[in-house]
Design a protein around this ligand. Structure first.
Ligand code: C2E
Ligand code: MG
Ligand code: MG
Ligand code: MG
Length: 287
């Protein structure tokens, strides 16, 4: 009797937790099947050069549509992939799709019109010895020059000692290293002095507060002043309004990305909206 009550109580109190754990297991199993089937796809978001409105790069963003769950947000399935180790396989699939697409654009539109490609990588991916070789092998296989690829990582990843050999090997081969969500993490000036990235992506929490917020404005200016003599590119993330774009132009920010310029979309739409000559000319004139 007491045992039965205890069990009932246990069930009442743990039901939400149990459901959560169950959902997580289900999500992981479904993700494992999706990765095995090569069902994770890639969308591309334009990164635009402020000076002339030219498509400087595209950021590859992983997309997964599950039959039961619908479109699963990357924040959820990337976390699950990191926890299960699936991130190694998933990450290489995204990298290969993105590099293959970018190589095709380079062949069709030439190296000056075609964009660079930026691919997100998790810290865990950079720790195994084989990572740099696997990336260079993909570039080789799809025929993409190393300096057309930019790897985006968090600040903590860029300063993680275990990631150092991979970052050095990739840098030496010409691959560009970008610090994503810059300003929100844990990198120090000491770390930046030792290892200067090729690019900074200013987190959208700063951009969202432009132009009214004095501290945000000052931080954006400071990052631009820091990046310039280092020869590093700065991309402002999350640009959503004309006012933000106007202020970033005034401050001398090199590149912008955000819903104002374009949402993540298919390769076909990027091609139609940004790479086909008539449209890009029209855009340049509007710009
Ligand atoms: P992120 O690398 O910082 O990517 C930018 C995110 O901001 C994307 O979200 C994009 O859709 C969103 N975004 C772009 N412009 C705007 C804007 O103007 N306003 C707002 N509110 N949001 C904007 P998404 O696609 O949901 O990806 C979320 C995060 O998931 C990414 O953040 C990245 O950290 C991670 N992720 C996505 N794909 C991959 C991948 O292939 N590998 C790894 N390791 N992480 C990935
Ligand atoms: Mg990114
Ligand atoms: Mg980002
Ligand atoms: Mg971000």
């Amino acid at each position: 009797r007491a045992k039965q009550n205890g069990r009932q109580r246990y069930e009442v109190f743990s039901e939400p937790l149990r459901r959560q754990a169950w959902d997580q297991l289900g999500l992981r199993a479904a993700l494992r099947r999706a990765v095995a089937a090569g069902a994770v796809t890639v969308d591309y978001q334009p990164i635009v050069r402020v000076a002339d409105g030219h498509l400087a790069a595209v950021e590859a963003l992983a997309r997964w549509r599950d039959a039961d769950r619908g479109q699963v947000p990357p924040a959820e399935f990337i976390a699950a992939a990191e926890e299960t180790g699936l991130i190694h396989e998933l990450g290489m699939q995204v990298l290969e799709q993105a590099c293959r697409q970018c190589a095709a654009w380079h062949r069709s539109f030439g190296p000056s019109a075609a964009p660079r490609v930026a691919v997100n990588v998790s810290t865990r991916q950079l720790l195994p010895d084989a990572f740099a070789d696997r990336v260079l092998d993909v570039l080789d296989r799809v025929g993409l020059p190393a300096d057309v690829l930019e790897l985006e990582m968090t600040e903590s990843c860029a300063v993680e000692p275990g990631a150092r050999p991979a970052l050095q090997a990739l840098s030496a081969a010409g691959v560009r290293i970008a610090v994503d969500d810059f300003g929100t993490g844990y990198s120090s000036f000491a770390a930046l002095r030792e290892r200067t990235p090729h690019a900074f992506k200013l987190d959208r929490s700063f951009i969202a507060r432009l132009p009214e917020d004095r501290p945000a404005d000052a931080i954006v200016s400071a990052v631009l002043a820091l990046a310039e003599p280092l020869g590093a590119t700065v991309t402002a993330e999350g640009v959503e309004t004309e006012e933000q774009l106007h202020r970033l132009r005034e401050l001398g920010c090199g590149q912008v990305q955000g819903f104002l310029l374009g949402r993540p979309t298919s390769a076909a739409e990027i091609e139609r909206d940004w790479l086909r000559p008539p449209r890009s000319l029209a855009r340049a004139q509007e710009w």
